[in-house]
Structures are given as C-alpha cells and as structure tokens.
Write a protein that binds this ligand. Sequence first.
Ligand code: PEP
Length: 339
Amino acid sequence: MERSGMPGGDAAAPKGQVAPEETLAAEGVNKAVPLAIRIIILRGAKTHHPFQADSYIPIQKPKENPMNKTLRTPVIAGNWKMNLLPSQTGAFVKELKAATAEADCSAPSGRDACGVVLCVPYVNLCAAIGAAAGSHLKIGAQNCHWAESGAFTGEVSAAMLKDLGVEYVIVGHSERRAYFGDTDQTVHGRTRAALDAGLKVILCVGEVKEERLQGVTLEVVRLQTKIALGGVTEAELRGVVIAYEPVWAIGTGLTATAAQANEVCLAIRDFLAEFYGRDAADAAVIQYGGSMNAGNAAELLAQPDVDGGLIGGASLKAADFAAIVKAAGRQGVSASTVK
Ligand code: PEP
C-alpha cells in the first residue's frame, strides 16, 4: 500500500478505527448537526457516566516496543506561556545553556541524545535567539497564523518567525484551543503554514478530563491528529513533533501515570503507521506534556513510546528545566546503547 500521508479533507475513518461520526452518534449527538458543532457539543456536554471522577484508568493494555526508541531523538521543549520579560530572557538562556551543556546532548552513537527547545513569547524571541546563537539550544514560538500575510491585525505569520531565526513553533496548545478559539481546523491551517515556512511544528493533542472519563481519549487524539496533519506528507512529518498533552494534567499538578502517557503516545504512533507506514511512525517523535517536572521526568521519559516532553511551569526555572533535559539525555544515551 502506498504511504503518502494523511488525506486532506477526508472525513472517513481508516480501517479498524471507529469513525468520528460513530463516536459522536454513540454519545447521542444528532447527526444532522454539523461535525464541528457536534464536537463542541460533545466537549462541553454534561454527561452522567458510570466512571468515578478521579478514575483515570488506562483503556487498553500498552504494547511494548522498546527497540524502536533507539530510532528517535527525544525533544525536551519548554513552554514559557505568557511569563518572563524580554529583559529577563538573555540571562535565562545563558544560564540554561550552561546548565544543559553538562547534560551530554551528544550521545556516543554520534546522534544527539536529546534536543532542547525553548518556546518563548513573541516579544522575547529576539533576545532568546541572540543568547542561544551557536549552542545546542533551539528557540521556538508558541503560535503562528495560518495565512502567509494579510489583514490580520495583531497576528504573526510563520514566515515572520522563520525570518527572525525561529526554528520551532507550538500549534494547537490546549490554552489556545480553550481561550482563543483554536479548533482542529485552525490547528490544521497553522500546521500547514508552519511547515510551508520551513518551521518545525510541536503539535499538541489531548483529551479533556470528561473525554477521558467517557473513554474516548484515543478517538479524540486520533481525530485531532488526523485533522491537523491532513495533507501532510511523510517527508513533512519529519518536521513534526507530536505532544500528547492530557488537558486535565496541564498546569494542574496532576500528571498522567507513565502507563497512561505511554498508552496514548503508542496509540498515536500506531495511528501514524496507518497513514505513513511503520518506519515513519517508528521515527516520529511523540512527547508527553502535563505537569512534567524534575521529580517525575525520568519515569515518564523511560516509557518506550514517550520521546521527550513539553514542559510548562518547570521550564520557568533554568535549574528545573535542565534537570529534565538531563533525565532525557540519560534516557537517550541508554536507549542508543541497546543492541
Ligand atoms: C504546557 O504548557 O504545555 C504544559 C505541559 O504545562 P505544565 O508543564 O505546566 O503542565
């Protein structure tokens, strides 16, 4: 079967996968209502479900494929959100550079043991890029517009970021989806624009608490991933890091268990394999994000399908962020030595 990537604008479910239509119908959402509206209804729906509110139970047994981890370089990305001033950025980046230089980001195999990215507010980008120049540290933005240019007051295009020297951009973060009206469709547009401009994308997907309790986590992340990557080719997929971020774990101090994180990362990988083939899926970098910190990073990063992390709160202190980078570097080095 030829593997050319995700179909653009194709609503049909791949073989073996429950169609989004069926999932929604099972929730009693009227088929006559347009799909996007039905997703909003489902996401906001008050349901009476038999699960306990605090029972985040894994919904399928994880499969293990630890050998494939050797094919991938983990990426630890910090997301400052709307924190720290431009004038504080240079000193922070220099401290982070020094703190992570000892993290041995180059594995003995010659490939990097760990990629390190710092995603800062737009107005901090110049200072961050200047301070990180010539180092292992890559700088990212936290969003980009889907249009190349035009009458979009207050917005920033992917080409502008590229021109500035930005290498990565986060798209689809749950805070953009929750507070700024981002939808799966706009996330798709931003992903497309970023790849067209030559940026690497950190694509965030993840379920809200109610979706996990309803047992539709895997359907939700598959749908988000499928729409965001519509039309993205196998070659372009190499420029995409997928961040699985359960929304209930972001900024809450609640962390998914290592098994839960791995289960969903593995499901995303298997889903990618349906469209891009096994080799491309095994090479894809899939992070976990949600209250990862220096204390829990090692266990999460040791999971066979977790390739790094997207870190919010713990990226605001250079020492804490460096500790996570070091944990990932150690995982990368030990995985690269697996024969
Ligand atoms: C995030 O902002 O993507 C995130 C995971 O935040 P936190 O680590 O604070 O939960």
